[in-house]
Ligand binder design. Sequence first.
Ligand SMILES: NC(=O)C1=CN([C@@H]2O[C@H](COP(=O)(O)OP(=O)(O)OC[C@H]3O[C@@H](n4cnc5c(N)ncnc54)[C@H](O)[C@@H]3O)[C@@H](O)[C@H]2O)C=CC1
Ligand SMILES: O=C(O)[C@H]1O[C@H](OP(=O)(O)OP(=O)(O)OC[C@H]2O[C@@H](n3ccc(=O)[nH]c3=O)[C@H](O)[C@@H]2O)[C@H](O)[C@@H](O)[C@@H]1O
Length: 445
Amino acid sequence: MVKICCIGAGYVGGPTMAVIALKCPSIKVVVVDISVSRIAAWNSDHLPIYEPGLDETRGLGAGKAADLTYWESAARMIADVSKTDKIVVEKSTVPVKTAEAIEKILTHNSNGINYQILSNPEFLAEGTAIQDLFMPDRVLIGGRETPEGRKAVQALKEVYAHWVPDDRIITTNLWSAELSKLAANAFLAQRISSINAISALCEATGAHVSEVAYAVGKDARIGPKFLNASVGFGGSCFQKDILNLVYVCECNGLPEVANYWRQVIKINDYQKSRLVNRIVSSMFNTVAGKKIAVLGFAFKKDTGDTRETPAIDVCKGLLGDKAEISIYDPQVTEDQIQRDIVMSKFDWDHPVHLQPMSPTAVKQVSVAWDAYAAAKGAHGVCILTEWDEFKELDYKKIYDSMQKPAFIFDGRNVVDPQMLREIGFIVYSIGKPLDQWLKDMPAVV
Ligand SMILES: NC(=O)C1=CN([C@@H]2O[C@H](COP(=O)(O)OP(=O)(O)OC[C@H]3O[C@@H](n4cnc5c(N)ncnc54)[C@H](O)[C@@H]3O)[C@@H](O)[C@H]2O)C=CC1
Ligand SMILES: O=C(O)[C@H]1O[C@H](OP(=O)(O)OP(=O)(O)OC[C@H]2O[C@@H](n3ccc(=O)[nH]c3=O)[C@H](O)[C@@H]2O)[C@H](O)[C@@H](O)[C@@H]1O
């Protein structure tokens, strides 16, 4: 019987293995994790991550918690416990050439066992993980260009062939597969930074960013997707993977290429500080002591994930000017929000036991049960995640409960600015023509 052991039961490991188990009944799937509580959650009715469609996906089977420690030690552990030849699949996103490092650890501790290392990067997006896994645009498998390497690639291909059409399974050499993953995320992030850069120019010229994006995206060579201007991209991967790409460029003596990609992150940071500056400048150049309601904290809708969410930087920016913040997000817990506000960048990327202890809550941050409670008595409302429910809110009710003048800063372009203006709000929507009020209070950017 073919057995697959997945190390790491997180956003990728959990859903991916659930789908493999569901689609390949003949394969035994076991998922292990360094976090015993995470495994316990997978085995309960309260899954540790929120992902539409995941609850209905059966097949994860009983999880087996293993107390593993570090990433490299995972490779050493594979070497320690293996009794027969193994295919080791790199599914995490890694710097190019990591497969070589894994290969070295395994072959130097081989005890006569043969290992083949494959790169099989994952392209799913959070919030659509299950549909992405069911119907991937492509599955990419990279391996050594040797007879043994090709055999291993074929074995993994057969797993996916249970449900993925043959023409969607691409096979390459190891380094192409590792680099393609970094390049794909860099291209996606670059599109967002491109439209966000244009959004700043739209505000300066009176153009509408959504009209520009539509017109540009109609060119079949460019395409319409991933052109939504926003407060900036977040998520655990775009920034990390671009920094990874930058690092690989620098290690290979390509500083110009490194700088080119670094600019994608710079524009993303600029977009977040631009929003903070707009908020502060339009509210008479200070938000000190003013209540700002923040609607949405997750890095995008349909997930409770807050890793690298732009909301963290925006909230920190507002707190820096001494605002009082009331946050509402349908999926993010109060504890998570409080941890995020004080955590340093990328602290979340350490194993749980190496993360800072649960901090004392920041007094100026409160978490509300719904959008109305968050906005009550506020001077401004700031939309940072594009949750569908924010489109349906009763904005008249919100307006009536706020201090006047009442401001809305829509960092996701989810609400019709004209409708809001008719209610009486002063409105800022990313990349849209500015209200006279905002023109009269230019932001320092
Ligand atoms: N989140 C996403 O949408 C995507 C993530 N990726 C990549 O997949 C990888 C995993 O990402 P996520 O699933 O989001 O992370 P995650 O943090 O949700 O999951 C990782 C899991 O691995 C466990 N773990 C860490 N060290 C371990 C060890 N030594 N032994 C056993 N378990 C260990 C952690 O406790 C955690 O539960 C990353 O490389 C990421 O870049 C790729 C595509 C999409
Ligand atoms: O390697 C990864 O981790 C994954 O990273 C992204 O997936 P994800 O981060 O889950 O979410 P996206 O839908 O790509 O959104 C990323 C960020 O960009 C923002 N975004 C997206 C699209 C857009 O037009 N505008 C925009 O601001 C989102 O709001 C979000 O903050 C990629 O889409 C996946 O293909 C990839 O596998």
